[in-house]
Ligand binder design. Structure first.
Ligand SMILES: CC(=O)SCCNC(=O)CCNC(=O)[C@H](O)C(C)(C)COP(=O)(O)OP(=O)(O)OC[C@H]1O[C@@H](n2cnc3c(N)ncnc32)[C@H](O)[C@@H]1OP(=O)(O)O
Ligand SMILES: O=C([O-])CC(=O)C(=O)O
Length: 378
């Protein structure tokens, strides 16, 4: 849909496809080389060689932490893991029919209302809020999954790293090293992806000079949709529908004939494959082997192969992440909240970047409604 020549002033780009709206130094998505750089570092290398905590520091501050910086960040993060009473009570009060993303969204909003510094937009205050929000979100996600299973809250442990503690508070068991590693890789891969829909949402909210919690609350809402983060849940739902590898191709034919979108495939920016998939797929393969679930690996491959043949469309990160989270023991509806717990780092890095060089984000629209007319006199 274009009202003027392509590329000309006033051209309408539906969904802002291909439109460059600002500069960023947080990450670079390069569709030509299928690569993703966080502050210049390839994400695959970060996933292999750094912890999620180091990546958080990198995304917020632009550099990997020195040992002293990491130690200081660790002390702060561990001291903010426990849920404030009001947040615990909120989570426990919500109906279990509420989607876990609605629970997380409500919890972030409440955290903002409880924080007397919510409207302090100084860089120091913004960084402190980002760090606290990052530290407390695993507790929200873990408690919500536990209460749905009729289980009590598990207190966080300050002798465990971020990923291990997240698994501990969710399952109440010492996590296996393989599980911690796989989960940590997923957290690193999900942390940041330039101007995706939820990050752009956070930047739009920030551009009005609103507060960080409002930006993150809105971003959670944007991530919930199945065209964005919600796809990791939808992948597992599709796997449940399909059942086994031998039924994948026929299921896909029916789904495509019904004009269904196949969740976990395709991407607005990458057209030749998502840069993060090989790393997450290798991690999934490890989990499949560890859990003796060759059937799940075969189903994964069968659907991906059929999709490549039928449509030439490749998986995005949500495709391997969904079954990986399943094997780690998370309920399907908890998958997108896990994405939130990671992406909150990227969102808040963008909130700070937007605030530092702000311009109100307010595009134009071309009116196509009724022409000017008289209001009838009554
Ligand atoms: C971490 C993330 O958020 S990654 C994204 C997660 N989302 C999903 O997995 C949802 C499924 N995928 C999709 O819906 C899309 O690929 C999107 C939304 C991610 C990207 O969409 P866009 O860039 O707008 O591409 P668009 O939807 O126009 O697709 C182009 C063509 O490919 C088709 N297509 C793209 N993805 C898919 C898919 N997953 N299943 C079936 N067809 C698809 C479209 O139907 C369209 O075909 P058409 O030209 O015949 O109408
Ligand atoms: O970039 C996008 O449009 C979606 C995505 O992959 C992400 O947010 O990780």
């Amino acid at each position: 849909m274009s009202s003027t020549a392509a590329g000309g002033p006033g051209e309408i780009r539906k969904g802002l496809a291909g439109v460059v709206v600002d500069v960023t130094s947080v990450s670079k998505v390069d569709p030509e080389s299928n690569s993703l750089l966080y502050r210049g570092y390839p994400v695959q290398d970060l996933a292999e060689r750094t912890s999620f905590e180091e990546v958080a520091h990198l995304l917020w501050h632009g550099e990997l932490p020195t040992p002293a910086q990491l130690a200081a960040q660790t002390v702060t993060e561990r001291s903010h893991r426990a849920l404030p009473d009001a947040v615990r009570d909120l989570v426990l009060s919500l109906p279990t029919t509420a989607h876990p993303m609605d629970v997380v969204r409500s919890a972030v909003s409440l955290l903002g209302a409880l924080d007397p510094t919510a409207d302090d937009t100084s860089p120091e205050a913004e960084q402190a809020k980002a760090g606290r929000l990052w530290a407390v979100l695993p507790g929200v996600v873990a408690l919500d999954q536990r209460r749905r299973r009729g289980l009590d809250l598990v207190e966080p442990r300050d002798d465990l790293g971020y990923a291990a503690n997240f698994l501990w508070t969710t399952f109440g068991e010492e996590p296996a090293p393989e599980a911690v590693r796989a989960f940590e890789v997923s957290m690193v891969l999900y942390a940041e992806h330039s101007f995706n829909a939820s990050t752009f949402t956070a930047r739009v909210v920030t551009s009005t000079l609103s507060d960080l919690y409002s930006a993150v609350t809105a971003a959670v809402g944007a991530l919930k949709g199945p065209l964005h983060g919600g796809a990791n849940e939808a992948v597992m739902e599709a796997f449940a529908e399909i059942g086994s590898a031998d039924r994948a191709a026929a299921w896909l034919d029916d789904a495509l004939a019904a004009r269904r979108k196949i969740m976990g495939f395709g991407h607005r920016v990458y057209k030749h494959g998502d840069s993060r998939v090989p790393t997450m797929k290798a991690t999934l393969d490890d989990l499949v082997a560890h859990h003796g679930r060759a059937d799940l690996g075969e189903l994964y491959d069968a659907l991906a192969d059929a999709m490549a043949v039928r449509k030439g469309i490749l998986p995005n990160l949500d495709y391997p992440a969904g079954p990986a989270y399943h094997l780690l023991g998370f309920d399907t509806q908890t998958f997108t909240p896990l994405f939130v717990a990671s992406r909150v780092v990227g969102w808040t890095a963008h909130v700070m970047e937007q605030r530092a060089a702000n311009a109100l984000i307010r595009p134009l629209s071309e009116y196509v409604g009724a022409p000017r007319r008289e209001v009838p006199r009554r």
